[in-house]
Design a protein around this ligand. Structure first.
Ligand code: ZN
Length: 163
């Protein structure tokens, strides 16, 4: 267990986050990836490579990530990949927008709260700006990877993201 000490999350939520941290889903590089981004959060040391394979109809056929970082960044990545796999790119983008809004806007609208579903477990990090960067890192990488389909080497950093 690393880096969770200062975050007082509800026990149940913390358990979900720790489970994803211990056994991250889609922790691999998928074959034939069409989209890629490298996400870094220098403030914490989170560093991930995100790969997507998008088919001709705009569906995310497979998604995976590699790298290392704290429990919050890794569990966020694990949950993100399990939510978007098999979904159309536009649904993944909509969820990404709602999740970023959920963690960075104040107050959070009921629509946004409903849209993020189980990702609500990250609500506790809202009060820790450094942790917000951990939780949003992989979503910024998703945004970057999808932003330019032609470019395979993206790089994104949450270092300058403010609340
Ligand atoms: Zn982190």
């Amino acid at each position: 267990m690393t880096g969770m000490g200062e975050v007082k999350l509800n026990d149940l939520y913390q358990e979900v986050i720790l489970d994803h941290n211990r056994r991250p889903r889609n922790f691999r590089k998928p074959e034939g990836a069409t989209h890629y981004s490298h996400g870094r959060n220098p403030l914490c040391g989170d560093d991930y490579h995100l790969y997507l394979k998008v088919d001709g109809s705009g569906k995310i056929e497979s998604v995976g990530f590699e790298g290392s970082g704290c429990a919050i960044s890794k569990s966020s990545a694990s949950m993100m990949t399990s939510f978007i796999e098999g979904k159309p790119v536009k649904d993944a983008e909509a969820l990404k927008n709602q999740f970023l809004r959920f963690l960075t806007r104040d107050p959070v609208s009921e629509d946004t709260r409903a849209a993020v579903g189980r990702l609500k477990i990250f609500e506790g990090v809202r009060q820790f700006p450094v942790r917000v960067k951990c939780a949003t890192l992989i979503w910024h990488a998703l945004e970057d990877a999808l932003a330019d389909a032609g470019r395979k080497k993206g790089q994104v950093s949450t270092e300058g993201e403010g609340k």
